[in-house]
Design a protein around this ligand. Structure first.
Ligand code: SF4
Ligand code: SF4
Length: 749
C-alpha cells in the first residue's frame, strides 16, 4: 500500500501545478507529492526549501518553479529559505499550506504558530511583492483582514488561475493556501470543537460512468470503487469522507449533496431470539508451552493497534506474559501497519518482541493488500498458521489515478491461502456497517471470529474486560466481538442478515455470466431507456455476431459478449432524458435510503450543456447547484424520452449528443467490418483477439462532457491502429492521427 494523502486533505489540491510548470517537494506530507505524478521532484531539509532552485536557476531554461512548504516548516525555518530566495532574485512561488497542524505525525499543534494575517505581514516585511491567500472559506477574510497592493484573497476554485498568474512574475511570490488538515478537522468535529457540516456527498451509481474524473480532481481515497453489472462505478465511503467536497469537481451529473441526513442506523436484529447460546471454542495454544504468535495487519486509522492493545491487556488480565510490538510507518497516511503480539505462560518465556520469521500462528488481517504482502506472510508458519482476513476492497492509491486499477482479491486470497494452513475471508467492513452501523467495528468481528474458532489462548471474560478498559465505543465493540463469534458458528445466517453475498471471490468468479444473462439484462434496460424497437435493434446486432462467431467454433463467444456489453453502452448514452430517468426510477431513492436516515434535502450538481457557462481558464462547462425541485423536473424530463433523436429534441442538438449518436452508427458499421474480416476461411485466433479488443473499446468512451470527449479521442486512436492491425498493416498507435474510427482510409487520403 502506497501511503497517500488523507480523504479531504488540503494537500490533494494545494500540490497541483498548472500544466507547463513544475514544483519542488518539501518535508513531511509534502514529500509524498513526489510519488503522485504531479510534476514535483526533489526535497530538502526544513528550511532548505527552494535552495536547490536558487543554485539551479541561472543554469536552466526553466523560468520559474513552485515550492511547496508547510506552515510548521515556515515557522521553524522556512522563512529563512524565502528570505534567501528573495535575495537571490530567482523566480519562484512558494505555496505555503496553512493547515493548522503538524499533520504527518498525528496533528500536533504548530509550535508558536502565526495567523494567516501575521504571516502576510511578515512576508510583506521580507519584501514579497505579491501574496495570494487562497481558502476553501475565503469569506473568513472578508473583514478585518489586511489590504494592501499585491495582496489578494480568493476561493480555492481559482487556484489554477492564480498559479498561472504568479508564475509569470519575476522574483519571489507566495501563495498561502489556507485549509485546515482534514484529519484534524475530523478530530475536532468528534470532540465538538468544530462544527460538523450538515452536508454529505452521494454518488448516483446508475448515472456514474466510472470515468474516474472525481478521483483525479480530488485525489481522495474516500471515493471508492463499486463493481456493478455495468462496470465499475463510484461510491463515497461515508465513514472515511472528511467533507472537503473537492470530488464534486468530477465532471458528471452523478453527484448530489444531502443535507439534514444522518447515516443509516444498523439493522434492528433481534439477536437473542435468533442466536442461541454459542458453544465453547476448541482449546488453543497447547497450554502455552511455547509463546503463541499473532500478527495483526492493516492500514493506518483502521484500529489495528487497538486490537493489539486489547489482546495485550486481556493477556495481562489473565496474568500471562505478553509482548506487543507495533510498526506504524506512514500509518497516518494510509500506510501499512502491523502489530506483533506474543502471548506466553510467563513473561520470562518471551525472549523477543517480534514474531520470529515463520513462527506466526494466527494472522488477523484488517486489509487484504497488507495481509498478502511478502513481509506479512514471511512471519507465518505455513504448516500451522490460520489467517482471518477482512476482504473488503479498500481502494489503493493507484485507484485515484487509474480508474481501472485492479483489486485482485482472488489472487490475494490464493497467496494468503498458500502461506497458511487455513484461511477465512469475509467482508468484515460491510458486516460491521450492516449489523452495527460502523465499519470501524470490523476488527472486533475478526477478533470474535478468531476466538470462537479456538485461535486465541485467552478467555472470553478477559477479552471483554479489555474491550471495556479500552473505553471507546464499548457497547458496539462488545457486540462486534459477539457477531464475530456468531459468524464463526453460523456464517450463512449472519451474512444473510447483513445482506452479504455468501459466495467467495473464487465462487463468484466461477459463476461467470452467460451471454444470455448479459443480453437479456441489457435488452430489458434498453426497453426502459427508449422502447422495445430499440432493444430489438440491439438484439439483432448481437445475434448477427453470435452466428459468425459460432461458425468460427469460438465456444466462449467472447466477441459476442464484448459486442453485447459495448453496443449497449453506446446505445444507452446518458443524455438529459436518461439522467432524469436514472434519478427518478426508484433505484436512486432506494440507495439513498440505504445510506441515510432523516428528512433530508438534495442538491444536484449539474452542467447542462445548453445553459451552463464555461470556465474562462479551461473552456470546460461549469457545474451549478440545482435544488430539490430538480426531482419533479427530472420526472417530467424522463417522460419526454420519446423526443430523443427527433426534430423536437432540443437537448439532442448539442455537439456532445450529436457525437454520441454518431458513435452508435459508427460501431454498427465497424462490427460489420469485423465480421467480414472474420468470415474469411481459416481466421486465426490472433485476428479474433484483435476483433474482440476493437469491439470492447466503447467501454473506455466513458464520462461526460470534456472528459468523455478526451476519452473518445484516445479510444479512436487506438481503434484505428487496431483496425490496421486487423488488416495486417503496420500501425503505431502513438503515430496515428484522430480520424473516424470506421474509415481509416481517410488518413491515407
Ligand atoms: S467530500 Fe469527496 S473529496 Fe472530500 S473527503 Fe469526502 S469523498 Fe473525499
Ligand atoms: S462519472 Fe466519473 S466523475 Fe462522475 S462519479 Fe463516476 S467516476 Fe466520478
Amino acid at each position: 500500500r502506497k501511503p497517500w494523502f488523507c480523504a479531504g486533505c488540503p494537500h490533494n489540491t494545494s500540490t497541483k501545478v498548472p500544466e507547463g510548470s513544475r514544483a519542488l517537494a518539501g518535508i513531511g506530507c509534502h514529500f509524498m507529492v513526489t510519488w503522485m505524478d504531479r510534476d514535483t521532484e526533489t526535497f530538502t531539509q526544513m528550511g532548505g526549501e527552494g535552495a536547490s532552485w536558487i543554485g539551479q536557476a541561472p543554469f536552466t531554461n526553466t523560468r520559474h518553479v513552485f515550492q511547496n512548504i508547510g506552515d510548521g516548516t515556515y515557522f521553524h525555518s522556512g522563512i529563512l529559505a524565502i528570505r534567501a530566495a528573495i535575495a537571490s532574485g530567482a523566480n519562484i512561488t512558494y505555496k505555503i499550506l496553512y493547515n493548522d497542524a503538524v499533520a504527518m505525525t498525528g496533528g500536533q499543534h504548530v509550535d508558536g504558530s502565526l495567523t494567516v494575517e501575521q504571516m502576510v505581514y511578515q512576508l510583506k516585511g521580507e519584501g514579497v511583492k505579491r501574496i495570494a491567500v487562497v481558502s476553501d472559506l475565503p469569506e473568513k477574510y472578508a473583514r478585518d483582514f489586511p489590504k494592501f497592493e499585491g495582496l489578494s484573497v480568493d476561493h480555492r476554485d481559482n487556484f489554477t488561475a492564480i498559479q498561472k498568474a504568479l508564475r509569470k512574475l519575476d522574483g519571489t511570490s507566495v501563495i498561502i493556501y489556507e485549509q485546515t488538515c482534514a484529519t484534524e478537522k475530523r478530530r475536532r468535529r468528534k470532540r465538538g470543537l468544530l462544527e460538523d457540516p450538515d452536508k454529505r456527498v452521494f454518488i448516483n451509481a446508475s448515472v456514474c460512468e466510472g470515468c474516474g474524473d472525481c478521483g483525479v480532481q480530488s485525489n481522495c481515497l474516500a471515493v471508492a470503487p463499486k463493481e456493478t453489472e455495468l462496470g465499475r462505478k463510484r461510491v463515497i465511503d461515508q465513514n472515511a469522507c472528511n467533507k472537503d467536497y473537492s470530488c464534486l469537481k468530477g465532471f458528471c451529473p452523478s453527484f448530489v449533496t444531502v443535507t439534514g441526513a444522518t447515516l443509516h442506523k444498523a439493522l434492528a436484529v433481534s439477536t437473542e431470539q435468533n442466536f442461541p447460546e454459542l458453544p465453547a471454542p476448541p482449546s488453543c495454544g497447547d497450554e502455552l508451552s511455547e509463546p503463541y504468535n499473532i500478527l495483526l495487519t492493516g492500514v493506518g486509522g483502521m484500529g489495528v493497534l487497538t486490537i493489539g492493545s486489547i489482546i495485550g491487556m486481556a493477556a495481562h488480565i489473565e496474568g500471562k506474559g505478553v509482548a506487543v510490538l507495533t510498526q506504524t510507518g506512514l500509518a497516518q497516511k494510509f500506510g501499512a501497519v502491523s502489530s506483533h503480539v506474543r502471548i506466553a505462560k510467563n513473561q520470562a518465556d518471551i525472549h523477543g518482541v517480534r514474531v520470529p520469521a515463520g513462527k506466526g500462528q494466527l494472522m488477523l488481517g484488517a486489509d487484504m493488500v497488507v495481509s498478502s504482502a511478502e513481509a506479512s506472510l514471511a512471519c507465518l508458519d505455513s504448516s500451522a498458521a490460520v489467517a482471518i482476513v477482512n476482504n473488503h476492497g479498500s481502494p489503493t492509491a493507484d485507484f485515484t489515478q487509474d480508474p481501472d486499477a485492479p483489486f485482485p482479491e482472488q489472487a490475494m486470497e490464493q497467496v494468503i491461502g498458500a502461506a497458511t494452513r487455513d484461511a477465512h475471508f469475509f467482508d468484515a467492513s460491510v458486516l460491521g456497517t450492516a449489523l452495527l452501523g460502523d465499519a470501524m467495528t470490523s476488527n472486533l468481528i475478526l477478533l470474535g471470529f478468531a476466538w470462537q474458532k479456538g485461535l486465541l489462548p485467552l478467555g472470553k471474560g478477559a477479552l471483554e474486560e479489555a474491550i471495556r478498559l479500552n473505553g471507546v465505543a464499548v457497547e458496539a465493540n462488545l457486540q462486534a466481538f459477539l457477531w464475530g463469534r456468531r459468524l464463526a458458528e453460523q456464517p450463512g445466517k449472519v451474512k444473510d442478515l447483513a445482506g452479504l453475498d455468501t459466495l467467495t471471490a473464487a465462487e463468484q468468479n466461477a459463476e461467470a455470466e452467460t451471454l444470455d444473462d448479459i443480453v437479456s439484462y441489457r435488452a430489458t434496460e434498453l426497453g426502459k431507456y427508449q422502447n422495445r424497437a430499440y432493444a430489438r435493434r440491439y438484439q439483432a446486432l448481437v445475434d448477427k455476431v453470435k452466428t459468425v462467431e459460432q461458425k468460427l467454433g469460438a465456444a466462449e463467444l467472447a466477441l459476442t459478449k464484448s459486442v453485447a456489453r459495448n453496443y449497449h453502452k453506446l446505445l444507452a448514452y446518458k443524455d438529459e432524458y436518461e439522467v432524469a430517468r436514472l434519478y427518478t426510477g426508484g433505484e436512486f431513492a432506494e440507495s439513498l435510503n440505504q445510506q441515510f436516515d432523516g428528512d433530508y434535502k438534495l442538491t444536484f450538481h449539474l452542467a447542462p450543456p445548453l445553459i451552463s457557462k464555461r470556465d474562462p481558464e479551461t473552456g470546460y462547462l461549469i457545474k451549478r447547484e440545482f435544488g430539490p425541485w430538480m426531482l419533479p423536473a427530472f420526472r417530467v424530463l424522463a417522460k419526454l424520452k420519446f423526443l430523443r433523436g427527433t426534430a423536437l429534441d432540443v437537448f439532442g442538438r448539442s455537439e456532445e449528443r450529436k457525437l454520441e449518436r454518431s458513435l452508435i452508427g459508427d460501431y454498427e458499421r465497424q462490427v460489420d467490418q469485423l465480421l467480414s474480416a472474420l468470415s474469411v476461411p481459416n481466421t486465426s485466433p490472433e485476428t479474433l483477439a484483435v476483433a474482440i479488443e476493437i469491439a470492447g473499446l466503447p467501454y473506455f468512451m466513458r464520462g461526460f462532457g470534456h472528459v468523455k470527449e478526451a476519452n473518445i479521442t484516445t479510444v479512436q486512436r487506438r481503434g484505428m491502429a487496431l483496425m490496421k492491425q486487423l488488416k495486417g498493416e503496420s500501425a503505431d498507435p502513438e503515430q496515428v492521427r484522430v480520424v473516424n474510427i470506421q474509415e481509416p482510409e481517410r488518413l491515407e487520403k
